[in-house]
Write a protein that binds this ligand. Sequence first.
Ligand code: IPM
Ligand code: MN
Length: 349
Amino acid sequence: MYKIAVIPGDGTGPEQVREGLKVLEAARDRYGLKLETVSYDLGGERYLRTGEILPDSVLEELKSFDAILLGAIGHPDVKPGILEKGLLLRLRFELDLYINLRPVKLYPGVETPLKNKGPQDIDFVVVRENTEGLYAGTGGIFKKGTPQEVAIQESINTRFGVERCVRYAFDYCRNKRKGRKVTLCGKTNVLTYAFDLWERTFQAVGAEYPEIEKDYAHVDAICMWMVKNPEWFDVIVTDNMFGDIITDLGAIIQGGMGIAAGGNIHPGRVSMFEPIGGSAPKYTGRNVINPLAAIEATAMLLDYLGEEEAAAAIQRAVATVCAKHLRSLNAGEMGYGTDAVGDLVVRYL
Ligand code: IPM
Ligand code: MN
């Protein structure tokens, strides 16, 4: 029996999650899975109502689940940073979800802004470190509000944190991909401390995977190559900040936020899966948001739980819906409502 916590969250999050659960339940029936879901009311609405973002008791409860499905967080009436830090980042840190896994895969029939590139060219994953780097929140402001003020924001990179991330990337490449290549994305020419550690760790860990090609590219160059030669990539491993940035680029070349999903993972422990786009508040309640990212997130969740067959079947169904039905992956331009897209995926599943 899999125990799955559901955090629908803000804006269009609940509409997306509803379709994700619809597909999850269909997969359950089709593949004879046993699962139990418990929904948690967390996000901007609750914060505005009660002042609570993530009560410690809820955090403790979440640790007893196998996985979490998150819709989206972000509320127009809540100052930027409060929910991000108090909910999303706190969950990543406190549950020690040290991997942010973001597949970049273009399905047939989906439009990419890249000229002359197709599904055979755009198929890689980014393994983003998810608990350290610039996101660690260390630093501070000195003499705030004065002309002498100083702001310091530090990037924390530990050997332990970097090593487990790099190892995950190589293992993922070997076990879940074809074992072709792992590319380290860094900035060794400027960030000569942080990426010195990354580079040495990458070489040391990489030596244990002799069959896998090791490659390195600076983050700025990666942005260029992801547009010009996305087919070069198989697995890209990088730090938290660079991973955040390059995965938005990744999302757009695979068809946009309507389909981009990610997993916040700690192997063997409760892990959290989400559409990587935001809460898109302007589309709330209009049945126009694309639920495929949330549906892809449920596929990643099942894959994480070891239900690889069910996960792959959901992904095939999504690909079919993209190829045969949707006019576009953008909200309001799909040619179908949010609920109808979920129904279509269930039909092909
Ligand atoms: C993401 C988001 C978050 C991040 C924000 C909402 C804090 O952009 O998941 O990529 O920066 O990690
Ligand atoms: Mn981001």
